[in-house]
Design a protein around this ligand. Sequence first.
Ligand SMILES: *Cc1c(COP(=O)(O)O)cnc(C)c1O
Length: 386
Amino acid sequence: MPFSQLEADLAARRAAHLYRRRPIVTSAQGPYVEVDGQRLANFCSNDYLGLANHPQIIAAAMAGAQRWGVGSGASHLVCGHQSAHEECEHKLAAFVGKPAALTFATGYLGNLGVITGLVGREDAVFADKLNHASLNDACLLSRAAFKRYPHNDLAALEHLLATTTARRKLIVVDAVFSMDGDCAPLADLLALAEQFDAWLFVDDAHGFGVLGDGRGSLAEAGIDSPRIIYLATLGKAAGVAGAFVAAEQVVIDYLINMAGPYIYTTAAPALIAEAVSASLDVISSEDWRRERLTGHIQLLRNALADAGHPLMPSTTPIQPLAMPDSESALALSAALRQRGHWVAAIRPPTVPTPRLRITLSAAHETADVEHLIADLCELLAQSASN
Ligand SMILES: *Cc1c(COP(=O)(O)O)cnc(C)c1O
């Protein structure tokens, strides 16, 4: 049996309630989705503004397919960089107030590209312990010294920065931590970067579109500096796909020349760039989506706190409920699903401690959130009395 070791590993995962499978969704994305023939209210998507199925953005993608076809043909440096990509980059840079931007096919690739492109063997990266897995993979792949500090622990970071002899110093953080929903202290991190002449790389996968009137976590924090390299993904609040890095022109030029994960991959289809451009228009014009989202967040947090089941500290659409173990997280997720709510149980090794990760969207109706609250409170009360 060539794969008996793999079989044994998977069996151990199953026994530890850590085995993963992919639910098959048979509908478009939206506040309700159909899964295995069941209609579920969707509380696990990152489509925070409800743009994944927005008519104006769909129309832009379809017009993009008509004009540009579906394939880009080659990488950006060969012949795949079309004027739709170029215009989209200019629009993204202007939107977040940076001189230049570069798009990637996914956020994972963007993180690999920025970190492996900017640092190498003689350098060091300083990373929050709760950073997204793609940032950790990128740091390992870069071969720079990989120094991790406890979550949001500025004193620990300062100590690491004060004692390094690295050529280049890159601080790497999630702006909004993807499984916790809390935010990095960006102004303090920038102050440390200035003090120790480091660069600050901010992954705003969950802040872009939502925070700072849609312009993201830097706008929300009211900070701006040439030493900040900003990345946001476009498959979450923006509702499309891909990612962009926004930074000083020299950083973008450097990445175009040096970043393997940018250079050696086929450009995303131009229709994606057209859809992203349309999404930016919606993000900047439809403020009601952010207002409605904020209302849902407050409703959920207040109701669960009042019922004695406070959520983890978070002001973002990511609202996790800490669970004692993976088994009870799975059981509560399954019980909610029987009642028509889809909430993901997130378990190690994705996170250090199990939780239900509830995500809210402007696409939800207030009644959807109220139904979730009622069922969640009832199930939590039942399990406490058992
Ligand atoms: C989702 C996510 C990514 C990856 O982005 P994709 O476009 O999904 O590849 C990167 N960083 C963070 C913090 C994320 O949550």
